[in-house]
Design a protein around this ligand. Structure first.
Ligand SMILES: [Zn+2]
Length: 411
């Protein structure tokens, strides 16, 4: 045995990830996040650990770091870009939590403490925690997303969120040979349409909306998705505007060009983007053709005031570009045609469509990736419905573990 493992969260669900691995000398933790639903969901309280490794800064992977570093004086190993994005999201989650009236898990001073604990790593670099050697690889999911390879008697690879196909923003992850593979399974049982087709369909729809005299609002996650869409829109002739937290993320991404597929292209995209910096610009944006803005699931952010402006205009459209989690305003809109504006549920008359710009590997890509890693054993995590993928992997001769949160397993 090399490790005894346990998911503190995110084992049998998508969200609030925390993976604890106990070795001979060391206890290490991979990710510690929260699910930003209302009310938010938190992982099991983490026992003392020696080192934490952060795969990437989405809130369900990094959101509980300040809670952790307020209790334990430990290093958080991650890429520099994940550190900066993480600090931004943690600060923002305090504001969101306060506005929604939920109990605080940490305060702004805890985020400042957390920030100082980060220890930067670059792809291809190896770091140590006690007797363990850990190497970083790109996970392809968003800029800076990392897979960690733990080199011991047996090699264990923890993927974090994984994307194996190239997108406009980042190149896909490459398989790493290992004995134990701990892999995400968000899209177990589901495949994505080809990205080029999705891009074409979105642009075609925007064109239609613009031609009939409407405004296309593209709600989009600030981290990754916004930049991916800017890179798509930069090659179009549309007059497009950007508002929300994506603006800050752009600046951080350009500070870390080594994690982008092409910093030059992102800079070009930014040059073509009309950035909303004040209320007056907001008024001009509504008269434009396309607005790219947060939040991606219509739960707060500038998107609400933009949607309010076109709510009753059948010529305009809301074009969703990401997964709409159960309980989100976006899911409500898709299912009922209604959505909440400051607590009041209203009917939306404009067109609503959803496009699959996922940054996660689909079912077949996960299968291919796992096969190419040639592991003895696979642990599936970060999935609501892991059984379908587990079945396909077992049929190919792999031993597959599906631990629930709080359940111990051996690697
Ligand atoms: Zn993610």
């Amino acid at each position: 045995m090399t490790f005894e493992g346990m998911f503190l969260g995110g084992g049998d669900e998508v969200g609030r990830l925390g993976l604890l691995l106990k070795g001979r000398e060391r206890r290490i933790l991979f990710d510690y996040g929260m699910t930003a639903t209302s009310p938010p969901k938190y992982p099991i309280p983490c026992p003392p650990v020696d080192t934490m490794f952060l795969t990437h800064s989405h809130l369900d992977h990094c959101g509980m770091i300040p809670w952790l570093t307020a209790r334990y004086d430990i290093p958080i190993v991650s890429t520099g870009v994940s550190r900066e994005i993480g600090a931004l999201l943690m600060e923002d989650s305090i504001k969101v939590g306060a506005s929604e009236g939920y109990p605080e898990m940490y305060q702004s001073t805890d985020v400042k403490i957390a920030r100082k604990k980060f220890d930067d790593i670059m792809y291809g670099d190896t770091t140590t925690s006690g007797d363990l050697q850990i190497k970083a690889h790109s996970a392809g999911h968003i800029p800076g997303a990392t897979m960690f390879e733990i080199v011991d008697d047996k090699t264990t690879l923890v993927t974090g969120d994984l994307h194996t196909l190239d997108t406009r923003l980042v190149l896909g992850a490459k398989p790493v040979k290992c004995d134990n593979l701990v892999m995400e399974s968000t899209y177990s049982g589901r495949n994505h349409p080809p990205r080029l087709k999705t891009e074409y369909d979105l642009l075609k729809k925007v064109e239609q909306v613009v031609q009939r005299g409407g405004l296309a609002i593209i709600p989009s996650f600030a981290v990754g998705r916004t930049q991916e869409l800017m890179l798509l829109l930069k090659d179009s002739r549309f007059d497009f505007w950007l508002d929300g937290m994506g603006k800050t993320v752009n600046g951080i991404y350009l500070d870390f060009p080594e994690f982008l597929r092409s910093a030059k292209r992102l800079r070009q995209a930014l040059n073509k983007t009309n950035v909303v910096r004040n209320g007056r610009a907001r008024g001009r944006a509504v008269k434009g053709e396309v607005i790219l803005t947060t939040s991606g699931m219509l739960d707060g952010g500038p998107v609400l005031s933009y949607v309010e402006a076109i709510r009753q205009d059948a010529k305009s459209a809301i074009l969703l570009t990401g997964y709409q989690v159960e309980g989100s305003n976006g899911r409500k809109l898709l299912e009922t045609g209604m959505m909440d504006f400051q607590g009041v549920s209203e009917r939306v008359q404009c067109e609503v469509m959803k496009f699959d710009f996922s940054a996660h590997a689909g079912h077949n890509e996960l299968l291919e990736f796992a096969k190419a890693c040639e592991p003895e054993r696979i642990v599936l995590m970060h999935g609501d419905d892991r059984e379908i993928l587990a079945g396909d992997l077992r049929a190919r001769g792999f031993e597959v573990l599906l631990p629930k949160n709080g359940e111990k397993f051996q690697l």
